[in-house]
Design a protein around this ligand. Structure first.
Ligand code: UDP
Ligand code: MG
Length: 315
């Protein structure tokens, strides 16, 4: 059983060599052959040069280097496409995903599980991030159809057939956490203690997290559109009740001119709701716009994978 390790790397020059040493040392005694698929996501530092050196000295290492930064989702996709293993592990380059856990994953995989997920605790995270994450997952699981779990990320082992299933999903806006959950198959989760990043810094800024959260919400369902519809219906009902009442009052008491405040509140509130709903529709239209363009998810600048990775499918 060949095991592929897919590693997205973006500006990881400080740690990628150590990562490679650590992983190969750890997995040397695994009893299964291992290949490493490094994806350089358009790093601006020396990551690519280091990957090339690693590939030169270790025949198990492959690399694919992007023409620019396309994001971790694209990097993982490239890694999965170029992994030839019977089981594939996706791992961060920053050693936050302990390589020793791969052994456990292999054992569980051999018991017949298609997806072995390592779920991290939130130890060492800022309290604010922990709390927002908790609130977010509570909300999102009400809305989306697949189950998303806090702490479950991309660190997992996939069987060949689940990798193939994920590769069938060719959408441009990729939300891997949801895609993995969507393909299903037998899944098992175990927990591990979160390790704090040793070198370099996290690429997640607050706005990136916010956008990621929105992606999760929007790219997996059309419930926000449904909510817009219900909210619209509710507002129509309120407006009808209110206008019936106000016309009734006008008929009985005659027209009283005061009402400026009511008018202003109604106009601004309704305008706000409308803008919000247009925004929701806009989100979906924007996604359609990107999907119909059928642009490749990434462009490759350099690689040692032979034959060269096929051009992304234009389906
Ligand atoms: N990464 C990537 N492209 C990006 C951002 C990140 O390939 O645009 C890689 C990064 O090199 C690392 C992994 O994705 O291997 C996770 O990134 P990071 O450690 O910054 O995220 P965190 O661990 O804070 O979630
Ligand atoms: Mg990290």
């Amino acid at each position: 059983m060949l095991i592929s390790i897919v590693v997205p790397c973006f500006n990881e020059e400080e740690i990628v060599r150590r990562f490679h040493e650590h992983v190969t040392e750890e997995l040397g005694s695994l009893g299964h052959p291992v290949e490493l698929v490094y994806v350089d996501d358009g790093s601006k530092d020396g990551t690519l040069a280091i990957l090339q050196e690693i590939a030169k000295s270790d025949h198990r290492a492959r690399y694919v280097s992007f023409s620019r930064n396309f994001g971790k989702e694209a990097a993982m996709l490239a890694g999965l496409r170029n992994a030839s293993g019977d089981a594939v592990v996706i791992m961060d380059a920053d050693l936050q995903h302990p390589p020793e856990l791969v052994r456990r994953m292999v054992a569980l995989h051999e018991q017949g599980f298609d997806q072995v997920i390592a779920r991290r605790t939130r130890k060492g995270d800022r309290v604010t991030r922990t709390l927002t994450a908790r609130a977010y997952y509570r909300l999102i699981n009400r809305l989306v159809d697949v189950e998303l779990v806090d702490g479950v990320g991309d660190f997992r082992m996939l069987s060949r057939r689940s990798v193939d299933a994920v590769l069938e999903l060719t959408e441009y806006n990729r939300f891997s956490k949801g895609l993995f959950a969507w393909v299903g198959f037998s899944t098992v989760t175990f927990e591990y203690e979160n390790a704090v990043r040793e070198e370099g810094r996290s690429k997640w800024t607050f706005s990136k997290l916010l956008n990621y959260g929105l992606d999760g919400l929007i790219s997996f369902n059309d419930k926000p559109l449904r909510i817009a519809l219900y909210l619209g219906l509710l507002l129509v009902a309120v407006a009808m009740a209110y206008s019936t009442w106000i016309v009734g009052v006008a008929l009985v008491n005659g027209v009283e001119t005061p009402g400026f405040v009511t008018l202003l509140v109604a106009v601004t509130a309704l305008a706000g709701v409308q803008m919000l709903m247009i925004g929701v529709i806009g989100e979906y239209v924007g996604r359609i716009y990107y999907e119909v363009k059928r642009r490749p998810h990434f462009l490759v600048k350099a690689t040692n994978v032979e034959p060269a990775p096929v051009a992304p499918a234009h389906l």
